[in-house]
Design a binder for this molecule. Structure first.
Ligand code: TYD
Length: 204
């Protein structure tokens, strides 16, 4: 049985993190071996890079290169070996986040991003990308309700998050065969039902 590479995406506050655990349990319940991981992070080195990325101000290209450096390590240590073993990989964010945040949000040249993507994982793309979409105002109010310390990206202005959201939707339209856009404002049970159907369709 061959595994699948599933990624979850969305602006901060879209709710994707609360679905990861359920999704992983659903897949395990279907009898699959599942690796649950995240970006930036997923390896000891990647988690150290994550701390810098979420806290330290840095040049946009440094930020982008560190995202891809963490990703290279993640692919080598975790993602590719798990897929080679026939396991499912559920990853909270991947390269679409770099296109949305560093590209859409911060304006990094899209050709540079495409080159880095090609270099780091040209031959490995997610089989299914679940994009949780909510209006930015809804996401902001959810983050405010959580009442916790905000990282460097969450602290950005509303316009930044609007650009990130649009970049995600553009990417979903450009890669429609692997993207599924989920309306994150729907009740939890409705979202779970949709996720279940999408996972079964993906071979779960
Ligand atoms: P996030 O999944 O939001 O972590 P948490 O749910 O714990 O807050 O990811 C952290 C941040 O990293 C998020 O604001 C988006 C940002 N990010 C990028 O800017 N580019 C990337 O390539 C990735 C993977 C994440």
């Amino acid at each position: 049985m061959s595994g699948r590479f599933i990624t979850l995406e969305g602006i901060d506050g879209a709710g994707k993190s609360s679905h990861v655990e359920w999704l992983v349990e659903f897949l395990r319940g279907r009898g699959h071996q599942v690796v649950s991981t995240r970006e930036p992070g997923g390896t000891p080195l990647g988690e150290k890079l994550r701390e810098w990325l979420l806290a330290e101000p840095m040049h946009l290209e440094t930020e982008t290169l560190l995202m891809f450096a963490a990703r290279r390590e993640h692919l080598a240590q975790v993602i590719l070996p798990a897929l080679a073993r026939g396991e499912w990989v559920v990853c909270d964010r991947f390269t679409d986040a770099t296109h949305a945040y560093q590209g859409g949000g911060r304006g990094l040249d899209r050709h540079k991003l495409a080159q880095l993507e090609q270099w780091v994982h040209g031959d490995c793309q997610p089989d299914l990308t679940l994009l949780f979409d909510v209006p930015c105002a809804v996401a902001r109010s959810r983050i405010a309700l959580a009442n916790r310390h905000l990282d460097r990206f969450e602290q950005e202005q509303a316009q930044f998050h609007e650009r990130v959201r649009l970049a995600y939707l553009d990417r979903a339209a450009a890669h429609a065969q692997r993207f599924r856009v989920i309306d994150g404002e729907q009740p939890l049970e409705v979202i779970r039902l949709q996720l279940e159907q999408l996972l079964l369709a993906a071979g779960a």
